[in-house]
Design a protein around this ligand. Structure first.
Ligand SMILES: [Ca+2]
Length: 493
């Protein structure tokens, strides 16, 4: 597989291979870099509804990764490697002030503002034709707002042809183009002041007549420019050129740098910034759910606006002829049951002929449903329901309870927050595809792949308690027993 973009390690490239209908999407794109635990081929054989859920999740992961291969001529995910994933083989060379860090999932390049703060390669873009450059940028908390910092540039012999940068004079982000003799400068500026320590997505577009600056996927500045000259002296991450010498070294972090040999549209910039992913994949309470399986060649047509139970109900309705409003009304008294309704019907054996109760944790198979009843403990939420992707096996060493065995279960679900805490202890071995960082607002919600811990009684093998993630404390888990919150599972048959 070639060119699948991997912003912040969210995208498990190989995981897509097992889903045949996705082949068209990933064709011709580059190799994705992924968190290893999610990077496992998975081919649901006997659970068609798992395949449908899997496809929805994987398309949302494509969107979260900003998947847009058309016209990509350079792509540096900067996930601990200098590689260019566009297929055009322009790996960057790091200066002495550039280091790999993992402020968030997948990792990024950190730059210390010194003369060695750069990563560079030969010229990538034909700057006589329309082009787009983009990057995630974060000024260090120690950076100075009265210093100019350039995130991305491509140079001529005297000066950078374009600069995607922080402009100290304007106090904000800018996309600029210059004449070859550096006598003329045209700027498109962001609408609001830049903030230290905040990840921001920048995209600069030159369409041949105008330049445009997009901030976090939204157009904020434009200016007329027909300047056109070939910048053949190299492509830079973290610096620019002025008076024939390097300048503007970056102080902060840069991630997922891209170069497109065409002018992206506003909708396309929304995709590469993750803005579309946040619009299409939404954990929704209090509004009618809407889940749309889109077309294979257009990830933006895949939409999941749902809560946990409405997502899984719509997966079943989408997959099986028997899963009708009449069926759910007959056996669950609702066209879209709540999580607690599922739990009760599974436990009581009243879910009808298409669900068979699974009592023991070790009997769980891919595609099985696990429903938790909050027992009235949580306002506006009856419980949680998940689909099993894989039982990873027993887990020990954290939050063990006498007489119980703990199992790590990889699940697909629809949630308001990812399972786990980014970077905490063994989270990396049990990750969540919606996780970006510990920074508020960065994580994705909605459908995704994560890990929960389910416990079995050693005496009976049946569910005894759960933890939300491998990071959930033992103290919290003391209150997540089946006495407090009943659990029941079922196989779809
Ligand atoms: Ca990265």
């Amino acid at each position: 597989m070639a060119g699948v973009v991997s912003r912040r390690g969210l995208l498990g490239g190989a995981a897509l291979v097992g889903v045949g209908a996705l082949a068209g999407v990933v064709q011709g794109a580059g190799t994705a870099v992924a968190e290893a635990p999610l990077d496992t081929p998975f081919t649901p054989v006997s659970a068609p509804h798992l395949l449908q859920a899997e496809q929805m999740v994987q398309y949302q992961r494509l969107l979260a990764a900003g998947h847009l291969p058309d016209g990509l001529v350079g792509h540096w995910p900067l996930d601990g490697t200098a590689a260019d994933r566009s297929g055009y083989e322009h790996p960057v060379t790091l200066g002495s002030g550039a280091t790999w860090t993992t402020l968030r999932a997948g990792g990024e390049l950190s730059l210390d503002g010194t003369s060695g703060a750069y990563a560079a390669t030969g010229s990538v873009l034909d700057t006589t034709a329309p082009f787009t450059v983009s990057a995630w940028v974060r000024l260090s908390d120690a950076a100075s707002l009265s210093t100019m910092y350039t995130a991305v540039s491509q140079d001529g012999s005297m000066v950078s042809r374009f600069l995607l940068q922080y402009d100290d004079a304007a106090g904000t982000w800018a996309f600029k183009v210059r004449s070859a003799d550096q006598s003329t400068k045209v700027s498109a500026l962001a609408a609001n002041p830049a903030t230290l320590g905040l990840w921001t997505h920048l995209a600069g577009v030159w369409d041949g007549a105008q330049i445009h600056l997009y901030v976090n996927g939204t157009l904020e500045g434009s200016a007329d420019s027909t300047l056109s000259w070939a910048a053949t002296e190299g492509f830079n991450i973290g610096r620019a050129k002025w008076n024939s010498a390097p300048a503007n070294r970056f102080n902060g972090a840069i991630d997922d740098v891209r170069a497109y040999g065409r002018a992206l549209t506003a909708d396309e910039v929304a995709v590469i910034s993750g803005r579309t992913a946040r619009a299409n994949n939404v954990y929704l309470i209090g509004s009618p759910s809407s889940v749309t399986w889109g077309t294979p060649d257009d990830p933006t047509t895949w939409i999941a606006h749902a809560r946990c139970s409405s997502f899984l109900t719509r997966v079943l309705k989408h997959t099986y002829g028997w899963a009708t409003d009449d069926y759910f009304t007959q056996y669950f008294q609702d066209t879209i049951p709540e999580a607690a309704d599922y739990r009760k019907a599974f436990a009581d054996g009243t879910a009808g002929p298409h669900f068979r109760r699974i009592r023991k944790v070790t009997d769980l198979r891919p595609g099985d449903l696990i429903a938790i009843d909050y027992n009235g403990q949580v306002a506006d939420n009856t419980g949680h329901i998940v689909m099993v992707r894989e039982v990873k096996g027993t887990f020990t060493g954290t939050a063990d309870f006498t007489g119980e065995t703990q199992y790590a279960v990889e699940i697909i679900d629809c949630t308001s927050d990812p399972h786990g805490v980014y970077g905490l202890s063994n989270y990396p071995a049990y990750p969540d595809s919606r996780m970006v960082s510990n920074v508020t607002g960065e994580n994705f919600q909605g459908v995704g792949i994560g890990h929960m811990m389910f416990y079995a009684s050693d005496a009976t093998g049946e569910f005894s308690r759960y933890r939300w993630s491998v990071n959930t404390s033992k103290t919290t888990a003391e209150n997540l027993t089946v006495t407090d919150r009943p659990i029941a599972a079922a196989r779809v048959v």
